[in-house]
Write a protein that binds this ligand. Sequence first.
Ligand code: BGC
Length: 731
Amino acid sequence: MINKTIMKSKFSGRIFCGILMLALCGQANAQTKAEQATEAKINSVIKQLTLQEKIAMLHASGVFSAAGNKRLGIPDLMTDDGPLGVREAVKEGWGSANLTTDSATFFPNGSALAATWNPELAYRFGHDMGEEARARNITVMLAPAFNICRMPLCGRTYEYYSEDPFLNSRLAVQSVEGLQSQHVAACVKHFAVNNQEIERDRVSVNIDERALREIYLPAFKAAITEGNAWTIMSAYNKLRGTYCSENDYLLNTILKGEWKFKGAVISDWGGVHSTVAAANHGMDLEMGSPPPYNTYYFADKLLDSVKAGKVSEKTIDEKVHRILWVMYHTTMSDNLPAGSINTPAHSKTAYDIAAESIVLLKNDKNLLPLNTSAIKSIAVIGDNATRTFHLGGFGAGVKARYEVTALAGLQNRLGKTIDIKYAQGYTGDYKAFGMVNSPSHGPDSALIAQAVATAKSTDMAILFIGGNRDFESESRDRKDFGLPFGEQVLVDAVTAANPNTIVVVVGGAPYDIGQIKKNNSTIVWSWYNGSENGNALADVLTGKINPSGKMPFTFPAQLQDSPAFAFDTHDLAAYPGNKLTVDYKEGILVGYRWFDTKKIEPLYCFGYGLSYTDYKYSDLVTSKKSYTANETITATLKVANTGKYAGKETVQLYVSKTGSLVDRADKELKAFKKVEIAAGQTATVTLNIPVKDLAYYDVKTSKWVVEPGKYKLLAGTSSRNIEQDGEITVQ
Ligand code: BGC
C-alpha cells in the first residue's frame, strides 16, 4: 500500500514536472518569438531612417525627452526622475510647468527603503512608481539610484541605498523588476563610483580593480544581469582619468561586453564631454537640459563625425537599435498598462516602507511604545515635526499630492485623547559654501526657551531633529558630521526640562549623534519618509507597528574613524580629492568591512536596530559540512520571539574566510531574511548562499575565485551582534 502511494506520488510528481517543463519551454518559446518579432521591427525601422533622423534620436530634444520619429510613428522617449517618486512636469529651465495633474505619491527615500531590508517592499516601490510613471506616459524612470555609501557626508546618501553591495543588489533587482513590470524602463544610476558630490563633474576616481568589482559594481551587475534593467545612467565623474560617459572599459568592456547589456546607456544631464570618444566608447543617448539641442555632442557634431569617418554608421545603428529596443519594451510595447496615480494602494506601499524603515536606536527607559492611556500631554518639538520632505535641495523631488508631517501624524493618532503642544525649537536653514552645505546659524535661544517651557508643562517631550531635504542635497556634500542648526543645545535643554524626552532624528545619512546616545534614554531614527511619513511614525511610537528597521550604513563615532577620512587627511586625497583626483585608499574595506577589520568601535553598526520585543537565535545548522563550487550552502536557524509583541526580524548572515591567502574583510554580508514572528513563537529561518558568492575578484587573472578551505558563517541581529556561528568547508 505504502509503496503504491509512493510510486503513485512519484509518478504524478514526474507528470507534474513534465507539464511544468513543457509550460516553461512554451513560455521560453513565446518569449523568443516575441523577441524575434521585436528584432525584425527594429531592423525594419532602422532601414527606413535617414542618418539625420537616426542622430535626431540620440540626444535630448527637451528637458526630459529625446525625439522619436514622427514619419515612422516612433514616439518621443520621455524620461522623468525618481527615485522619490515621479517628478512634477517641468518646462525649459526647470521651472514647474504648473500643471494640476502631475502630483504623485512621495515614496520614502533610498536609505529608508534600504533600512527595511525588505526586497518585497523594493518590488512594490518599483511597481507602484511604475504605475504612476505609466499614467504620465513616461518611457524611462531615472531610478533606482544606488551608489555605495562610501562616506557619511555625501549629499545624495539619502537617495541611495547602503554601504553594502549585497543589500544594494537585492533591493536594486526588485526595484527594477517592479518598475519594469509596468512597461516603464528603469534607468539604474549613477554608473559608476559617483560617491561624492564635491566636484562631481570633474573629479576622477582612482580605485583598485578589486574594490571596483567587489564593492561598487555588484548592484549594477545584478540590476542588469538579474533584474534585466533596460537603461543605465552614466555618472558625471571620471573613472581613472576618463569620464564615465566615455569610458570604454565601463561601458563597452564591462557593461555591454561582460554583462551583455542590451539596453541603452543614457548620460547624466549634461554629462557628455565629447562626440567621437563618447560615441565610440559606449554612450547611446546624450541628455541635458538647456537648448539649443543641435549644439549637443550627439547632434550636428555627431553627424559631422560620421561624415568624417570618425564614428561609423554601424555604431549609430547600434545606438538606435538599443533605443528602439527600449521603446518596444515600454511606450511601444503590446498590452501597455494604463497606469494609475495617487491610488490608496500606492499610499499603502509608501506607508509600509516608512513603517518598516524606522530604526529604534535606544529604549533604555521603555518610554516606547508610548503608554497612551497614562499620558495626558505631549510636547512635540522641532522644525522637523512640521517640515515636509517631498521637495527641497537641488535634486529631484516629488510634487506630493499630500505628505503627513510628524506632528500631523501624532495629532491624527492621539489628538483626541492627548493634549499635543508644539514648539519649533530650531530653524532648519542652511547656507551653501561652494560645494558644501552648512547650517546658517547655531542655537536659537528664544526658540529653545519656548521649547523648554513647553516640555516643562507636559508629561513628555518628543523632539524631532536631524537634517532636511535642503540641507542634504544633490550637488553638494555636508561640510561636517555634526548635528546641524544648534540641535544639540536644544536636545540638552529639553531633556533637562523633561527627562521623559524621546529624540527622533530624521535624516538620510549618518550624523554625529554620539552625545545623544550618551545622554538620552530614547532614540528613534526616521527618514524622509514619503507621503505617509507622520502616520507611520506615530504608529511606531504608539506600538501599532513594532519597529523593524535596521541601519543600512555604519555610524562612525567620529568622522576620522570612517575609511575615507582615516588616511592622511592632510592632502585630502581620499576625500574630497587632491588635484581633482580622489583615491579610494581603503580599497574593499568600505563601511562595516573597515570598522570590523580594523577593530574600530562604531557609534551604531551596520544592520543595527532594536525592537519592542526580544529575539533569541539558536540551532544554526548547514545542510552539509562541505560544498563544491557549484553548490548552494543552505543554513537554517531558529529565531524565537521571547517578548510580548509580534515583530519582524531581519536575520543577517555574514561570512568570514579563515586563513585566506588574500586580503579579506573581517566579514561580509552574504544573505539576509526578514521574518514575521508572533509573540512567544519560534520561526525556522532558511538562508541560501551560492558557493560562487564567496568568491573574491582576482586582479591577476581578472576572474572571480572561490578559495577552497574553511569559512565561518555568522548569523546575527546586526554586523556586530553575532548570535550563532557555524563552519563549512569549500573543496
Ligand atoms: C542627476 C540625475 C538626474 C538628472 C535629471 C542630474 O543632475 O544627477 O540623477 O536624473 O539630473 O534630473
